[in-house]
Design a protein around this ligand. Structure first.
Ligand code: FE2
Length: 400
């Protein structure tokens, strides 16, 4: 359950990180959009002369294609036809341009094409029509007029006011953000799929673990059922062994292994007749020897249990003594596998503090003294202090 909480928290944390990243992308795109919208509203101006070129990327050229002496308009004696070309030589598209072209003398417009024309003093104001008001890069538009002028006419300066047609898609940052967003989305989806798979796998693992735990507990109950006076003995020994392993610095997984191994340490008792196991009173030498065979039987039963290393050792060697006077192989000191030395201490403490058919349960204080007295003879002198510490902390004994 603890792990499940961690898992859920991490999914939530991951999703929050992705949401924050997507929010950041949205803010950047919104920022670019606002920036380009503002840029679209700005009016630029370029100036120039027909002969001398302009100051910017927009320029106007003119051609006086016809000229004649005007007789039909009082006060005006010249007629001229002008054809203008406005060129966008820049890289961007242009919107809503408007041109002002200065002439030297007064004039009136006789006719015009491709735009709205107006005269202010000597200045021709040209507003493009729908067809000509937008100009892509490198595009040119033409417009022109027939004017009636007072005198010899000539084109002087011009000014062009325009807006640039900025699009958000013109921004390289926009495309970088879009690419980053697509990559992030792909990673997010992959991550989500993996998390779902992991979640299913984890659930399956938890089920397997529950089956394992319940199977081991069932085995432990079967072992304990052989002797009504040792009810809960295997589970308590397993729990004490795990607590010792925890204090000795075993990893979580190894503590779990110690627990399972502890549960089956007396599995060999399955092979001992109930008559001896459940005999009230003291056992004779023959019966005691028979009981002792449970360690060899246990080792034999578990010898092929490869998935849980040391489980056979736990059963085989938990009655060995530190001084070599135990059974059945008479190993001594560190030749006895550590798992068996841990179980030996846990087993003896539970045996002392549990009632037997021939005596009542001994006190915790007595058991503690016995452990200390036999430290270095029966028990591993490094493990006894660990068990004493657990007793002093009140963690041991437990009731099952
Ligand atoms: Fe035993």
């Amino acid at each position: 359950m603890k792990d499940k909480g961690w898992f859920s928290r991490n999914i939530y944390k991951n999703r929050r990180i992705y949401m924050a990243v997507f929010a950041m992308y949205t803010l950047i795109i919104l920022g670019i959009f606002i920036y380009y919208s503002n840029m679209r509203e700005r009016t630029y101006v370029v100036k120039g002369t027909i002969e001398g070129g302009g100051t910017g990327e927009l320029s106007i050229s003119a051609e006086r294609s016809k000229e004649w002496k005007e007789t039909g308009t009082p006060g005006f004696d010249r007629g001229m036809e002008y054809d203008f070309v406005i060129l966008n030589s820049g890289h961007g598209d242009v919107l809503e341009w408007q041109a002002e072209i200065d002439f030297v003398t007064d004039f009136v417009i006789d006719s015009s094409w491709n735009g709205d024309f107006e005269v202010k003093d000597h200045t021709l104001v040209v507003k493009p029509d729908k067809k000509t008001k937008e100009m892509e890069s490198k595009e040119e538009k033409t417009f022109g007029l027939v004017m009636i002028s007072i005198d010899e006419q000539d084109v002087q300066e011009y000014r062009i006011y325009y807006k640039e047609n900025f699009q958000i898609t013109d921004s390289p940052i926009f495309w970088i953000v879009i690419a980053a967003a697509i990559i992030t989305l792909t990673v997010f989806i992959t991550d989500e799929i993996n998390l779902q798979r992991y979640s299913k796998l984890r659930k399956w693992q938890e089920e397997i673990q529950a089956i394992l735990l319940e199977s081991f507990t069932t085995f432990a109950n079967i072992i304990d059922a052989k002797d009504p006076y040792t009810q809960g003995h295997s589970l308590r020994v397993a729990q004490y062994a795990r607590l010792i392993a925890q204090k000795m610095g075993y990893s979580d997984i190894d503590q779990e292994r110690v627990y399972w191994i502890g549960m089956l340490h007396d599995i060999g008792k399955i092979g001992i007749t109930d008559v001896i196991l459940q005999k009230p009173g003291q056992l004779d030498n023959m019966e005691y020897s028979t009981i002792q065979t449970h360690v060899d039987i246990g080792g034999l039963i578990l010898k092929d249990f490869k998935a849980l290393p040391d489980i056979a050792d736990g059963a085989q060697y938990h009655h060995e003594r530190w001084d070599g006077k135990g059974y059945s192989r008479h190993l001594a000191g560190k030749d006895i596998p550590e798992i068996a030395r841990i179980i030996c201490v846990a087993d003896s403490f539970d045996a002392m503090t549990s009632p037997r058919v021939y005596r009542k349960a001994l006190s915790i204080e007595f058991a503690k003294k016995e452990l200390m007295k036999c430290s270095g003879t029966q028990f591993d002198p490094d493990i006894v202090p660990v068990m004493i510490q657990l007793i002093d902390e009140g963690v041991v004994p437990i009731n099952i």
